[in-house]
Design a protein around this ligand. Structure first.
Ligand SMILES: Cc1ncc(COP(=O)(O)O)c(C=O)c1O
Length: 319
């Protein structure tokens, strides 16, 4: 979906018009992938717009910057406040939030230490990643021929723009081969994650997910799903999973800020369970949506309300 190209973007402390939010072609990040970013969401809940786990996203942003030795010229609270400011400046009730810290324009050389560390926050209305049908019925995926980044190469725990070169290869191959998405293995052949999603595999009522040592991003939705599934009484285990667990699973689902909770109905054209969303996926998905929409008590304190009154009409969910 193309951007409308209007509204405001926060850049280095100022709100600028979308059309003017440009950087120089000789900026370091363009040439060397020296940027780290986040993807969070603001939902239009029954009590008004609220950012979901913004504190966790901003913390991970600063963690990513630290791994890449970037001295961020703002503290975490300032950038958190800036997220709220830019959402309000655009008068969005629900949106996707993309903070980005990157090495800017000065000179070109791999290190980049002479380049400024610049910050931008972009927000836009991005209702859903997959179709409504996919969210209810599940998507068809394949195992990618591309592996995830090996340990001790480009770090999986940093959400760096450089990691998304690997993600693009995974996503493009899936698309070219007629699948909605692909699952990547780590370099040892164990399950890792999708191009931009963590994965859960259910068998005999136990919910499993690869640990962060299997080259996965420590996803914030992954953390929510582990917590909510345990709240619902399920046994959730973080353990290394061989590829074939996918073919033997009763249920498989992706999670992430963009995809939220999306069932997988087939892997490599082999049906997962009965080839549609399973009951555990549905229970976790329902709980997740109830929380983000404010339909269930926010017992974990995950919603940060923006101080805008709730819309009076029903059906104004941000999804
Ligand atoms: C590679 C990758 N894994 C997992 C996720 C899910 O993470 P989160 O739930 O924090 O959005 C994302 C999305 O940011 C991602 O890009």
């Amino acid at each position: 979906m193309a951007f409308p190209g209007t509204g405001k973007i926060w850049m280095n402390g100022s709100l600028v018009d979308w059309a003017d939010a440009n950087i120089h072609i000789a900026s370091h990040t363009i040439h060397y992938g020296s940027g780290v970013f986040e993807g969070a969401r603001c939902y239009d809940t029954v009590k008004g717009p609220a950012c979901f786990r913004l504190d966790a996203h901003m913390r991970r942003l600063f963690d990513s910057a630290r791994i890449y030795r970037m001295d961020v010229p703002y503290d975490q609270q300032t950038l958190t406040d800036a997220v709220v400011e830019v959402i309000q400046a655009n008068a969005f009730r629900a949106c996707y939030i993309r903070p980005l810290i990157y090495r800017g324009y000065d000179s070109l050389g791999v290190h980049g230490n002479t380049c400024p560390v610049d910050v931008a926050i972009i927000v836009w209305e991005w209702p859903s990643y997959y179709s409504k049908e996919s969210v209810e019925e599940g998507i068809d995926v394949k195992i990618s021929t591309w592996a995830r980044n090996a340990p001790n190469t480009t770090p999986a725990m940093a959400k760096s723009v450089a990691n998304y070169a690997n993600a693009q290869l995974i996503k493009m191959e899936a698309d070219a081969d007629g699948y909605t998405e692909a699952i990547a293995l780590d370099t040892y052949g164990n399950l890792s994650e999708g191009s931009g999603q963590n994965i859960f595999v259910v068998r005999d009522g136990v919910i499993n997910t690869p640990p962060i040592g299997n080259s996965v991003l420590a996803g914030i939705t992954r953390d929510c799903v582990i917590t909510l599934a345990r709240d619902l009484g399920f046994d959730v285990r973080e353990q290394t999973l061989p590829r074939e667990t996918l073919y033997l699973a009763d249920e498989v689902f992706f999670v992430g800020t963009a995809v939220e909770v999306t069932p997988i109905r087939s892997v490599d054209r082999i049906a997962v369970g009965r080839g549609r969303r399973g009951p555990i996926t549905e229970a976790v998905q329902q709980r997740f949506f109830q929380i983000v929409r404010g339909d269930a008590p926010d017992t974990h304190g995950w919603l940060q309300y923006l101080g805008v009154p709730a819309a009076t009409a029903s059906g104004t969910s941000g999804r």
